[in-house]
Design a protein around this ligand. Structure first.
Ligand code: NPG
Length: 369
């Protein structure tokens, strides 16, 4: 494709409720929305999931914007024609840019598929037309408040609950939720909050028949995860550690993980996500689609991915109402615990431009010089 320009916006959307994890409390979602226009006038959309601070990954929103402007996009513009499949090869040497590269690659892929009149789901090889929804529940101010929040989600139809945990907020809240809804699929996410010495503490969670414990230790501590997986019966699932198909292959080989959370932004895009999916299918490892509080733009693309056959566990693909009073696209509405996979060309959704403009704090146009 021949790229005419990139327009990058900083947007700020208030969350319906604060989202507390072991690494931060988010009240708003600040992120970058990318609009690519081809020389033929086709538009492609994506969002860059980097948070405003580097607390989940080394990337952060302003850094991602800077690296796109200074390195990634100028490098793309050295080519008269470039395809989304070439982005990793062309830009992969810029280290620590997975989220920024994923956003660029996805906008290109969206434009390409819109031009070909093909949906992202079809292009990736989706086999489902709807996806089972889980919900991720932040750390609450008390167990009563947690139970109230979880009971609301269960009433809405969510089919799996994920509880955020950290030292001091683990055994008791998990026990309370498990005892209230003993048959509801339940899992926990520590976002790296524990240490190698916490094996015995985490093994106490085995009582609750959890689907998995997500990323208990530091993202670099593959050996620690392998050791921990011998101490606990609950499957260990890596998130932050899996930044590429190579990282997935190594972690599986070392038995540091037996389930994988795939987030396209974290791994550098949908092609890499598909490679990890294919590897896991080959090895009989279940995968599920993570979330990063995306708007409807990112969620649409994640639903296409989650419709692939290896995604056998419900993901963090929740309805728009879980996050935002008003989404930037037509809202994703859950029906009987499922979200429909978009079928229109590309990512299958378009932003509401008036609303997008109203939440945009800065807009940068980047064209070839
Ligand atoms: O439903 O989109 C969602 C949020 C799911 O818990 C969730 N995401 O650590 O997986 C995570 C966490 C996250 C959110 C990570 C925002 C980074 C940013």
């Amino acid at each position: 494709m021949k790229i005419d320009s990139f327009e990058i916006r900083k947007i700020n959307l208030p969350l319906v409720r604060p989202f507390r994890t072991s690494f931060s409390t988010q009240l708003h979602r600040n992120l970058l929305v990318i609009k690519l226009t081809t020389k033929e006038g086709i538009v492609g959309w994506s969002e860059c999931v980097a948070l405003s601070e580097p607390v989940y990954s080394p990337e952060y929103m302003d850094g991602a914007l800077d690296v796109m402007q200074k390195f990634l996009i100028p490098k793309l513009f050295t080519r008269e024609e470039v395809e989304p499949e070439e982005v990793k090869g062309l830009l992969g040497n810029y280290l620590g840019t997975n989220m920024a590269r994923s956003a660029i690659e996805t906008a290109m892929l969206d434009a390409k598929l819109r031009a070909e009149n093909k949906s992202l789901a079809k292009f990736l090889g989706a086999t489902k037309d709807k996806v089972e929804c889980g919900v991720s529940v932040g750390i609450a101010s008390s167990i009563d408040k947690l139970l109230e929040e979880v009971s609301g989600y269960i009433a809405e139809g969510y089919r799996r609950i994920k509880l955020k945990i950290e030292p001091g907020w683990d055994y008791e809240p998990v026990k309370a939720v498990y005892e209230s809804w003993p048959t509801m699929p339940l899992q926990v996410d520590a976002n790296q909050a524990y240490s190698r010495d916490d094996g015995a503490l985490l093994a106490k969670l085995d009582e609750f028949n959890l689907l998995l414990i997500e990323q208990p230790l530091d993202e670099h501590d593959i050996l620690g995860h392998a050791q921990l997986s011998k101490q606990v019966k609950t499957p260990i699932c890596l998130d932050e550690s899996i930044i590429s198909v190579e990282a997935a292959r190594d972690a599986l080989e070392l038995k540091a993980t037996t389930v994988i959370n795939i987030k396209p932004g974290r791994v550098g895009g949908y092609f890499e996500s598909k490679r990890i999916h294919d590897l896991c299918v080959e090895k009989g490892i279940p995968v599920w689609c993570g979330g990063m509080l995306e708007t409807g733009i990112g969620r649409a693309a994640n639903l296409a991915l989650a419709a692939l056959p290896g995604f056998t566990l419900p993901g963090d693909t929740s309805a728009s109402a879980r996050y935002y009073q008003k989404d930037v696209t037509t809202p994703f509405v859950m029906e009987d615990g499922y979200l429909k996979v978009p079928t229109a060309p590309g990512i299958g959704v378009d932003p509401d431009m008036d609303y997008l403009d109203s939440i945009t704090s800065e807009k940068i146009l980047i064209e070839p010089s």
